[in-house]
Design a protein around this ligand. Structure first.
Ligand SMILES: [Cu+2]
Length: 190
């Protein structure tokens, strides 16, 4: 009987893996140096955003999901404004009419310039539907700002210039996946 349960567990784990949706992307600075990585993972609560980055100035920095998957330096204006799926929504986790779907708390950079960050975007998904990262233009971007997001000022929390950017697209998903089931599907398509 134990074997039966073990087999069941193995089946369950592989089923979970098939459903796992993960996207990773390099984070670049305004000189196009790769300074970190962002990982997006679909889970039961939404999309988990995990960031590891180095080479930033110590202290708090605004960090948001912006609407276009284009990181053209040195200003990263190509990333567009904040990703929002509600026209009425204002920016800021502390704004009474906020937040935008891609608003997140500040990232805290240590004295050595490194930072890790972990936050779940509850309205977002890597799958289809409202709140999909890949609905328009095939993706979004992650932007880290020079200054702290005050959580209420419009349009971007008075967080200053854009100092780092990552293009969040579905192509990364295909490249990075180690999911055997998805690999088979891709081979069939070719
Ligand atoms: Cu921003």
């Amino acid at each position: 009987m134990k074997w039966f349960y073990l087999l069941g567990l193995v089946f369950l784990l592989s089923a979970c893996q098939e459903e796992a949706q993960v996207t990773t992307a390099d984070i670049i600075n305004t000189d196009y140096d790769v300074i970190g990585e962002v990982t997006l993972t679909e889970d039961a609560e939404g999309v988990e955003v995990e960031v590891e980055v180095v080479g930033l100035t110590p202290g708090f920095h605004g960090i948001h999901i912006h609407e276009n998957p284009e990181c053209v330096g040195p200003t990263f204006e190509t990333a567009g404004g904040h990703w929002s799926i509600d026209e009425e929504a204002e920016h800021g986790l502390m704004h009474p009419d906020g937040p935008h779907i891609g608003d997140m708390p500040n990232i805290l950079v240590e004295d050595d310039g490194s930072a890790t960050f972990d936050y779940v975007l509850e309205e977002a998904t890597l799958l289809d539907g409202r709140g999909s990262f890949f609905n328009e233009d095939g993706g979004k971007s992650l932007i880290i700002h020079e200054d702290e997001d005050d959580g209420i000022s419009q349009p971007a929390g008075d967080a200053g210039d854009r100092v780092a950017c990552a293009e969040l697209t579905q192509e990364d998903d295909a490249e990075e996946t180690d999911n055997p089931a998805e690999g088979e599907e891709e081979e069939e398509e070719e």
